[in-house]
Design a protein around this ligand. Sequence first.
Ligand code: NAD
Length: 507
Amino acid sequence: MNAQISDQDIQKIIQSVLQNVESVLNSDAKAAQAPVKMKPASHTGQIASTVSQGENGVFARMEDAIEAGYSAQLAYMRQFELKGRERIISSIRQAAVNEKEQLARLVYEETGLGNVEDKISKHELAALQTPGTEILKTEAFSGDDGLTIVEEAPFGLIGAVTPVTNPTETIINNSIGMLAAGNAVVFNVHPSSKKSCAYAIILINKAIKAAGGPENLVTMVANPSLETMQTLIDSLKVRMLVGTGGPGLVKTLLKSGKKAVGAGAGNPPVIVDNTADLEHAAQSIITGASFDNNLLCIAEKEVFVLDSAADGLIFHMLNNGACMLDQHQLERVMEFALEANEKQESRGCSLDNKREYHVSKKWVGRSADQFMKELGIIPDSTVKLLICEVDFDHPFVQLEQMMPVLPIVRVNTLEEAIDFAVKAEHGNRHTAIMHSKNVDHLTQFAKAIETTIFVKNASSLAGVGFGGEGFTTMTIAGPTGEGITSAKTFTRQRRCVLAEGGFRIIG
Ligand code: NAD
């Protein structure tokens, strides 16, 4: 079976889902306590059932989302072995690929961040390149005393928190990995993406049902908040927490007393030395830094280039879709895209990074076109990325700006470049990129920066399997060390021992 939804149904389903979600969101707290039945629209069948009853995974109360996910996981483990899980995962992959344009459009319309074209690619990547059950491996120890196997077992019910920058992509990626490992998952999504996330959850539940799987293996609360997150954290039925977002979220989950996987912020530096293929470096940097308007946590956020290579790099960047801001234009961008940090708050990519400025949410994820319009620049050709030459202390170097404005810092030596890059990364140990043909230089930087992902001579996207080898993830767990998360991450190890030489076939 597959989860294909006909084109005709798609528009009707969206309308129905969004109306249902809207209805719950608009209901007051009292109404949310007492589930409100909504009349199902005849054309959408089960999908149009009540959000509060959560037949398609979207619940008015977090407690109900947890309860339903908990029961679903028990049924899942009773009824589905590895082949069954794979059938369900294939169905989810198919549904997500079929609806990648729709999902991308919904997220863009709801959040206003990034661009539809790149979001389509991200959905496809999450749907097709997230590993399933094949990544789970049993370890065996065989010797004179018998055979011992170590299997990767489910945790049970997982509580997952998602970012506004990859909301539905993370739901698809996490769901596939968590279900492959035999878990169920309850999401507390970023509030600014709750409608598109509800759509994704319903889509996934429909795909699971189409493959004969249990209801509510993947659930969410329709109206997420810090309170619903606390309910998730406190629930005894939730055995593992997985958070993708900034440092505040990771800190909160790590204080929970539960097994927590934290995927935090980055501020990825790029070093370009004078042995690099400068044209290739320029193209790669523009590809990575402009993708989805620089929303990705792995995206190039600042460049340190050896002075002897700087003019060449900038020349090729200008020839490949970049536009250089002059001093006056840069000052204007700082006026509207940054905010003074008057209360000296720790915000941004590092909690101990108290800076003079914050990025203005209004400008996060906006396009280069929107910036140029605000600046009154009329470009001769398509501009994907704005670049500027600045010093190391500049806020655009120090902050995780998530805007298509890339600062470039000239340095005199490789040692200076590495020193600056390590400092600008703020100890997140997330992602770094280097363009060089000198193996010693590449190794020197990789050792010093200690990031989870280190990309050589390619765009940052290669680090998550987009134009590079290896599987993908939307949850890069640097702070807690799991790295590129997959089904393996969402397991607990169980040992089974057959002693006294049992099962040994050699003497
Ligand atoms: P965010 O930290 O503002 O929000 C992420 C999630 O955490 C949301 O669901 C939000 O509601 C919740 N949250 C926010 N502050 C919280 C707190 N103090 N306590 C508990 N929950 C909290 O991040 P965002 O703006 O949604 O996403 C962008 C950030 O996420 C960037 O810093 C980016 O680098 C990071 N990110 C990391 C990865 C990764 O794999 N490591 C992937 C995507 C995004």
